[in-house]
Design a protein around this ligand. Structure first.
Ligand SMILES: NC(=O)c1ccc[n+]([C@@H]2O[C@H](COP(=O)([O-])OP(=O)(O)OC[C@H]3O[C@@H](n4cnc5c(N)ncnc54)[C@H](OP(=O)(O)O)[C@@H]3O)[C@@H](O)[C@H]2O)c1
Length: 223
C-alpha cells in the first residue's frame, strides 16, 4: 500500500510510519517540505536499523503533494486545523483513496480532559472530515484510543483494541487488516460514520482514568 500521513512529523505519524514501513511505502507530510524530508529520512534509518530489512520505504513531502497519489491518506493533525486542511486536500486527492481520521477533539479543562464538541456545541472531527472531503464512503475513523508513545516503541506490543467506524464495509475491512499488522492491536467495528463520535469521546475519558489512577499509557479492551 502507498500510505500518506498528513502531519506525519508528529508522534502518531512517527509510530505509524515506523510500524508500517516494514511492508508499505510511507509518505510523511508536513507544511514544511524540508522538515518532512529530514523527518522521513530519520524514520527510514531507524526502521532499517530496527528491522534489518524492510519491504517498504519512508519518504517526505509537502502535505498537499503527498495527498495526490496514495491508497490511504491519514489525517494526523490537531482538530483545530482539520477543516482547513481537509478542504485543501479534497481538491487533489484521488477518488479511490481511503481517508482515515484519528483526530480527537480534546483539550485540558479545569476538571480534566474534555471532549470539545460536547462543551462547545461544535462538530465532531469525523463530521468535519465528512463535510470537507468529497465521497464519505471512503472515510474511516479509527486509532483514537492508542498511545503514540507505545506505538513509537517498536519493542512494545499494543495489547489493546482500536474501534473503527465507516460507511463502506470493504474499506473498513482493508483498514482493519492493515491495523492488524501492528503487534497486539485488535480492530473492532462499531458501525457507520454517524457513530464515529462514540470512539472520539473515549480518549479524554481514557486520559482522565490514566491520570487519576496513575496508569501509564492506558488502553482499552472489550472483554
Ligand atoms: N498523540 C496520541 O497519542 C494520539 C492518539 C490517538 C489519536 N491522536 C490524534 O492523532 C492526530 C495526530 O496526533 P499527534 O499527537 O501526532 O499530533 P501533533 O503532534 O500535535 O501534530 C501533528 C502534526 O500536525 C501538524 N500541524 C500543527 N499545526 C498545524 C496547522 N496549523 N495546520 C496543519 N498542520 C498542523 C504538525 O506538522 P508540521 O508542523 O510538520 O506541519 C504536527 O507535527 C491528532 O488529531 C490527535 O488527536 C493522537
Amino acid at each position: 500500500m502507498r500510505i500518506s500521513i498528513i502531519g506525519g512529523t508528529g508522534g502518531m505519524g512517527e509510530g505509524l510510519a515506523l510500524r508500517w514501513a516494514l511492508n508499505h511505502d510511507i509518505l510523511i507530510g508536513s507544511r514544511d517540505i524540508e522538515k518532512a524530508k529530514n523527518t522521513a529520512s530519520e524514520y527510514e534509518k531507524r526502521a532499517r536499523e530496527y528491522y534489518k530489512d524492510i519491504n517498504g520505504s519512508i519518504k517526505g513531502g509537502d502535505n498537499i503533494e503527498i495527498a495526490k497519489d496514495c491508497d490511504l491518506l491519514i489525517l494526523s493533525i490537531p482538530y483545530e486545523y482539520a477543516r482547513d486542511t481537509c478542504s485543501r486536500i479534497s481538491k487533489v486527492v484521488r477518488d479511490d483513496t481511503i481517508i482515515l481520521s484519528p483526530i480527537v477533539p480534546m483539550r485540558k479543562g479545569k476538571n480534566g480532559f474534555e471532549y470539545i464538541p460536547m462543551h462547545d456545541n461544535v462538530k465532531s472531527a469525523t463530521e468535519i472530515v465528512i463535510e470537507n472531503i468529497s465521497n464519505r464512503e471512503r472515510i474511516v475513523s479509527t486509532l483514537h484510543t492508542i498511545s503514540e508513545v507505545k506505538l513509537r516503541n517498536l519493542d512494545a506490543s499494543l495489547d489493546c483494541d482500536v474501534y473503527i467506524a465507516g460507511d463502506n464495509i470493504n474499506n473498513v475491512k482493508k483498514i482493519s487488516e492493515l491495523l492488524q499488522e501492528i503487534k497486539g492491536l485488535r480492530p473492532l467495528y462499531i458501525g457507520d460514520l454517524t457513530l464515529a463520535y462514540q470512539i472520539e469521546v473515549l480518549t479524554p475519558m481514557l486520559l482522565n482514568v490514566g491520570i487519576k489512577n496513575k496508569i501509564k499509557h492506558p488502553a482499552l479492551r472489550i472483554i
